[in-house]
Design a protein. Structure first.
Lengths: 110, 115
């Protein structure tokens, strides 16, 4: 079993839709959770990070963590064509390296 | 301020050759990490350097090596290239060592194609 599993996608939604992106993880040592966004032919950029269980909101984006289920989600409200990108969840392990999900490619149709 | 700069952006090499990729971190950042990104495996950690010392290493063969200079710039080298080494190689920098509490910034990557 991979340490971090991410829904494979791709995902296509109409503009304005609510998008839910999910990852599960198996390593209980993961305490810090990140979401990166990667546009085509660009490097990943940090979108959100959170330490604790619960929700963290930043504009149209909400990161949710459920440590008891080892499940994290990223919600995008009122999705825009500019949100079309690959989204990756990532978690630092005990040796500080980041373990990434494989990423899900989101396409928001105008 | 300038972001993480990687050179070259694109390159094509032949099997058996070697390649050196360069990374200039954000000014003041002392930690540099390297990742390989492929469609099949996603993003995989190669190694991390801090203050010119390799601090962590991923599960890659010895053909993959790196170093960091006193100005925090880093290079990675892949020797005896194989077709499977074709990937996007990403460099990331952060202020301190490790990822806890340190925001990590990625460069745009070096696209390597091995033919």
């Amino acid at each position: 079993q991979k340490e971090v599993e991410q829904d494979p996608g791709p995902l296509s939604v109409p503009e304005g839709a609510i998008v839910s992106l999910n990852c599960t993880y198996s390593n209980s040592a993961f305490q810090y959770f990140m979401w990166y966004r990667q546009y085509s032919r660009k490097g990943p950029e940090l979108l959100m990070y959170t330490y604790s269980s619960g929700n963290k909101e930043d504009g149209r984006f909400t990161a949710q963590v459920d440590k008891s289920s080892k499940y994290i989600s990223l919600f995008i409200r009122d999705s825009q064509p500019s949100d079309s990108a690959t989204y990756l969840c990532a978690m630092p392990g005990a040796n500080s390296k980041l373990t990434f999900g494989k990423g899900i490619t989101l396409s928001v149709r105008p | 301020k300038a972001g993480v700069t990687q050179t070259p952006r694109y390159l094509i090499k032949t099997r058996g050759q070697q390649v050196t990729l360069s990374c200039s971190p954000i000014s003041g950042h002392r930690s540099v990490s390297w990742y390989q990104q492929t469609p099949g495996q996603g993003l995989q950690f190669l190694f991390e350097y801090f203050s010119e010392t390799q601090r962590n290493k991923g599960n890659f063969p010895g053909r993959f090596s790196g170093r960091q200079f006193s100005n925090s710039r880093s290079e990675m080298n892949v020797s005896t290239l194989e077709l499977g080494d074709s990937a996007l190689y990403l460099c990331a920098s952060s202020l301190g060592q490790g990822n806890f509490g340190n925001t990590i910034y990625f460069g745009e990557g070096s696209w390597l194609t091995v033919v």
